[in-house]
Structures are given as C-alpha cells and as structure tokens.
Design a protein around this ligand. Structure first.
Ligand SMILES: [Zn+2]
Length: 324
C-alpha cells in the first residue's frame, strides 16, 4: 500500500473538518527505532515498511471504540522514517552508547591545518527526546498510548490499587469522546501527553502544516476534554516517528518529545507472560515503559499490568513521571 494513498486519505479526513478518528490506530509505537535507541537491536522485520502502517481507509464515524486492527501493523511498519538523522542521536541515558562522539585525537599527521570534524548540531531547547524519568534513581515512568478507551478505567483502577502514577499519551478525538476518563486521569494525579489527532504513520513525511495540525489540535482536544487547567506536557509521535520538524512543533506548543526505554509490544498482543517478561528484562532504573490503553483489545495489557505493578513495588521501584 502506498504512503501517498494514505496521505490522500488523511487529507480527505482533514478536509472534512470534523475531528473524527478516521484512521485505524494500528499503533506500532513499539516498532519505532527512532524513539527508543535500545530497540535498534530488537527484531523488527524491515520488509513491512508501510503495509501495516497504512491506516484504514474507511473513516469511522465514531471516535470510540477504535478499530481493533493493531495486529495488522507490521512490527517494522513504523520504522521507515523513525531513524531520521535528527533523531538518531538520542539525548537520554539510553543512548549513551550511540551518541556519536568526535574523536579528539584524530588530527591527521600530515596536515595539521585540517579542520576538525564538525560537531553535531545541538538540539534546540526542549526538542530533545526524553528517555528517563524526571527524578532518576530507582523510579519508573509508566506510559499508556492511544487512549483513552475501554481499557482505561481498568488501567486506572490498577494504578490506584498500587498508588502508581502514570502518563497517558492520548489521541485527540479519543479524549474528546471520553472526557470523563480524561478528567479521571487528571483527578487521580496522572499526567497527559499528546499523541496526535489521527495517529499518522509515518508522521515525519507529512507536510509541515499537517504535522502542526496533528500536534496542536490534539493538544486542544485533550485540554478541552480535561477541563480548565488541564496540562499536557509531552508529545509522543506515533510509532516514535520523531523528526526535527515535529519535535520543534511540539516544543513550540510547550510539549516535550517523549520516547521510551522499554517497549512491551503489548499492542501486538504477544501474550500476558511475554509483556510481563519483556518489561522485567528491559527495565532499568529511571526507565520509561510503553504500553497501550487504547487502539484495540487491551485485555492482555491490563492482565500484564496487574502482574507488573506488584513486581515493580517488590523490586523497590517508585512511580514517577518522565522528565520535562
Ligand atoms: Zn500510538
């Protein structure tokens, strides 16, 4: 399936003016290489560049529930643009091994006047991708994408049972359709993140103004749903498809780009045990765990969370928010 076809669909959807979630939330967040440096080595079939990422071309008239199509998203579907050069240099601790460091001692022996290799351009303030909790130490940030949806209440119930706080990266129309859930998230001390209007994948290939719309309109919808005083602090690109452009757009909107360090791949419904074991294996102190409370049947996620929360407590973790 072609990306241009997807984009035409998106234009039609946008042209209608209605903030209707018309594209399937085939969230391949976990497949993104650009958002999670540690994922570079994870299995990610390269062949599925866009097939799975092409959202449904059948506009749905209701923002909720979302189509149950995540299984169709090829694991590699979001990777086509995820490794944009501007995002290939992680800013967080997870990327410490990947950060290109100019070799200081490489002055050519025969040509002393040769200019040193140029340093990579620093990120503009607020545009670097967050890969750690705000406080560091033995903390963890739980993040839930693609909601709010039918599973959000169960997720909130579990979080409350363990006194855990989490960050919800919401789809704008999902927030509009479920304002009570957004308000409950706020009331119970959790925080909010912008996950666009239509969950476009890839995102970075959209025209600039479309990306502006995806980010700013979603933020407005979330704020509207949450009520006066609602704060949205981060932006998470669908599939982790961050680019210099959309990171700057987010920063201009007061949103810090939010990555993750642990991809549970729960959206692919790999089984409860697999979701739990992945989190337990990959989590390090200060890490950010990616899970989903929307975008399809999340019963595996809920069941996994019920196991992960007591394990985290037992391991001495406390629950924190991502850095801002
Ligand atoms: Zn997503």
């Amino acid at each position: 399936m072609s990306i241009p076809g997807t984009r035409r669909t998106l234009r039609r959807a946008l042209g209608g003016g209605a903030a209707v979630l018309s594209l399937a939330l085939a969230c391949a967040c976990g497949a993104a290489q650009g958002a999670q440096p540690q994922a570079l080595g994870s299995p990610s079939p390269a062949g599925g560049t866009s097939a799975g990422a092409t959202p449904s071309t059948t506009p749905s008239t209701a923002a909720s529930p979302t189509p149950s199509t995540p299984a169709s998203a090829a694991p590699g579907s979001a990777t086509s643009g995820a490794a944009a050069p501007s995002t290939a240099r992680p800013s967080g601790p997870a990327g410490s091994t990947a950060t290109p460091t100019p070799a200081p001692g490489r002055t050519p022996s025969g040509g002393g006047t040769t200019a040193a290799a140029p340093l990579p351009a620093p990120d503009a303030p607020g545009t670097s991708i967050v890969y750690s909790t705000a406080t560091g130490g033995r903390t963890v940030a739980l993040t839930f994408d693609d909601g709010p949806g039918p599973a959000t209440g169960q997720v909130l119930d579990l979080l409350a049972r363990y006194g855990a706080k989490a960050t919800f990266c919401e789809i704008g129309p999902q927030a509009s359709a479920n304002p009570a859930l957004v308000q409950r998230i706020r009331a119970e001390g959790h925080r909010l993140c912008d996950h666009t209007v239509h969950h476009p994948q890839p995102m970075h290939t959209l025209p600039h103004d479309r990306q502006v719309y995806e980010i700013t309109a979603a933020k407005d919808m979330i704020v509207q749903a949450g009520g006066p005083g609602t704060q949205v602090s981060w932006f998470r690109a669908p599939g982790g498809d961050f680019s210099a452009d959309n990171r700057q757009i987010a920063a201009d909107a007061g949103l810090r780009p939010l990555g993750w360090t642990v991809d549970t791949r729960d959206w692919a419904k790999p089984g409860v045990d697999k979701i739990v074991s992945t989190a337990q294996r990959e989590l390090h102190p200060g890490g950010i765990i990616l899970m989903h409370d929307g975008g399809g049947d999340r019963s595996q996620t809920v069941a996994a969370l019920a196991q992960l929360l007591p394990w985290l407590v037992q391991q001495g973790y406390t629950f924190a928010f991502p850095a801002v």
